[in-house]
Design a protein around this ligand. Structure first.
Ligand SMILES: Nc1ncnc2c1ncn2[C@@H]1O[C@H](COP(=O)(O)OP(=O)(O)OP(=O)(O)O)[C@@H](O)[C@H]1O
Length: 325
């Protein structure tokens, strides 16, 4: 008999009411360690309420939550919150603390050793593109919104919590800063190992970051699945409609070169070396590479195939039909 690993987060029949209205209704899901779950849905659908029940900022009316197999009601709420990373849109940095002091708040409460805290702070600030020599001693008001948000992420990761909860972490930023931080976020090695629950109402962001998306409406999960399944196998009309406006952009992101590969027409070998992308790269990434240089080709690493822009688009159309079949 094989034993299934204990989910990092296990939510069962969770319901929260305000007056007579259930804003979260009978929600259940299990999340494996290392998964990134994005809670997506229109304003007021219950995303933040659901997230805040995970760290007991809000108590449910019924249902249960287990974290690593332990019912969180049995734990001290303050201790629970210290053990989980939490990033919010308003950042919430302490204005009279320097950047380094802000990052160190939770590790200090957890009584980590000062040298260990200093080293971790340096490491995180460096990785989040805030060179400590320049930024560690600055105060939040001296930083841009994007830099403050990076400090917020460093602070949430400082004590190396295995689970991180994020509520619209990039929500207050302009689109360019937002895209840059998202890129860094994806490249941060240690985040890949963490279990993350992230709230957003930005569909592109959800598709970029999620292993699975829980699409909510009216306090209920309409569908919880991979981005690809949500797009190609919507469970109901709400799901279908929710992605309708951005369907093409999402399809370009979800389909990768491996999907297109079987349909690629033969392309005469280029004389000069073509840049290459892995088969896991999205059609969108290949498109970005090719659209800058008309007539150019991109090679797919590990294969002897290359593709130009028109070949890519023809392959994409056929891959789309195959994915939807
Ligand atoms: N303390 C409260 N008292 C009464 N109603 C509340 C309270 N908190 C939230 N609600 C209601 O519960 C519903 C869900 O709120 P929630 O903040 O979880 O939604 P959301 O999906 O995160 O929305 P948004 O994307 O706008 O932040 C909303 O209709 C909200 O008005």
């Amino acid at each position: 008999m094989t034993l299934l690993p204990t989910p990092a987060i296990h939510v069962r029949n969770l319901t929260k009411r305000y007056q007579d209205r259930a804003v979260v209704q009978d929600i259940s899901f299990a999340l494996a360690a290392g998964e990134t779950l994005v809670l997506l849905g229109p304003s007021g659908c219950g995303k933040t309420t659901l997230l805040k029940m995970l760290n007991r900022l809000i108590e449910p009316d019924s249902g249960s939550i287990e974290i690593n197999g332990h019912d969180i009601r049995q734990e001290n709420a303050a201790e629970l919150r210290r053990s989980l990373g939490y990033v919010i849109q308003q950042v919430g940095l302490l204005p009279h603390y320097t950047v380094a002091e802000n990052v160190a708040v939770v590790p200090k409460l957890l009584k980590h050793k000062p040298e260990q805290i200093a080293q971790r702070t340096q490491e995180l600030l460096t990785r989040l593109h805030l060179p400590p020599a320049q930024y560690a001693g600055q105060y939040p008001r001296q930083l841009s919104g994007g830099q403050q948000q990076r400090v917020g992420i460093a602070r949430a990761l400082a004590a190396d919590p295995p689970i991180v909860l994020m509520d619209e972490p990039f929500g207050a930023l302009d689109p360019i800063t937002r895209a840059a931080i998202r890129q860094d976020f994806r490249e941060l090695d240690e985040l890949r190992r963490k279990t993350i629950v992230l709230v957003t109402h930005d569909v592109q962001e959800a598709f970029e970051l999620a292993d699975r998306i829980a699409l909510l409406n009216g306090g209920q999960i309409q569908q919880m699945d991979t981005p690809r399944e949500l797009l190609f196998r919507p469970a109901n009309d709400f799901v279908r409609q929710f992605f309708a406006a951005e369907r093409l952009a999402l399809q370009l992101r979800v389909l990768c070169l491996a999907d297109v590969l079987p349909f690629l027409p033969a392309v005469p070998a280029a004389t000069e070396e073509a840049p290459t992308l892995p088969a896991t790269a999205s059609v969108q990434e290949a498109l970005e590479l090719l659209s800058g240089a008309p007539g150019s080709q991109v090679g797919i690493s590990g294969t002897n195939k290359r593709v130009d822009l028109s070949g890519l688009m023809a392959g994409f159309e056929r891959a789309l039909a195959a994915a939807a079949a």
